[in-house]
Design a protein around this ligand. Structure first.
Ligand SMILES: [Zn+2]
Ligand SMILES: [Zn+2]
Length: 235
């Protein structure tokens, strides 16, 4: 089963990524970037020889503005269904997120107020409840897994190839993703519960994840993630 995963650079240097996943059954957009990311996503579609109407499903890994900010507009442009976890409804509908900074950068970033800005709320056509949701029910391939910790309703998309699109469950590189040290796992600037993150990452590893595609930085291999899990458990 062949999948192509195209990283959409919402911001340069891997600072913020969304993804186009094309496999049997069609194309899935995983995350939608900050508000105003429509043109960047359109360019990525064109580079794949696709248009808005080719998006069959929009998966939001979670409801932070840098992942869900353009979702309402892209749903309108594409007509695609939006899927997120029921536990993420409040954030996707505009409730201000709980921000627990993981380090100095997160504290400084919180001061800018950027991540608490309002964005167009987006309702779920498919609100996943429980642990897993098999995309086969939509004629697509892959499994959505509930992987809480970064936020309560964070999900990951697991493909049969062992690729997993894990949102902000981990990050890499200095600052917000990019620029340097992309191969070194890092906690994202905010994380609601690191212990729960560690448990979710372990579940993905034991489910066979080999490559982690991330919202900030990445991708990272299974070994780097296993090391990160050990660090998180000590934190
Ligand atoms: Zn986030
Ligand atoms: Zn993020």
């Amino acid at each position: 089963m062949h999948f192509s995963i195209r990283t959409i650079p919402i911001l340069p240097w891997g600072m913020l990524n969304a993804f186009l996943v094309t496999g049997p059954g069609g194309t899935i957009l995983v995350d939608t970037g900050l508000p105003g990311s429509e043109r960047t996503i359109d360019r990525a579609l064109q580079a794949e020889g696709l248009g808005w109407q080719d998006i069959k499903l929009i998966i939001l890994t979670h409801g932070h503005i840098d992942h869900a900010g353009s979702a309402a507009n892209i749903r309108r442009l594409s007509g695609a269904q939006v899927l997120y976890h029921a536990a993420e409804t409040d954030y996707c509908m505009g409730k201000k997120p709980i921000l627990r900074p993981t380090r100095l950068f997160g504290r400084l970033f919180r001061l800018t107020g950027a991540i608490e800005r309002p964005f167009p709320p987006v309702t779920a056509d498919i609100a996943v409840e429980g642990k897993t949701f098999d995309l086969e029910t939509l004629g697509l391939s892959g499994t959505v897994l509930h992987t809480p910790g970064h936020t309560t309703g964070s999900v990951s998309l697991m493909l049969p190839s062992g690729d997993v699109l894990a949102g902000d469950l981990a990050a890499s590189g200095i600052l917000l993703g990019g620029i340097a040290l992309r191969g070194r796992p890092e906690r994202p600037p905010f994380e609601e519960d690191p212990r729960i993150v560690a448990g979710s990452l372990e579940e993905l590893l034991s489910a066979g994840a080999v490559r982690f595609h991330l919202g900030h930085g990445g991708p990272l291999g299974a070994k780097a993630i296993a090391n990160h899990v050990r660090r998180l458990k000590r934190s």
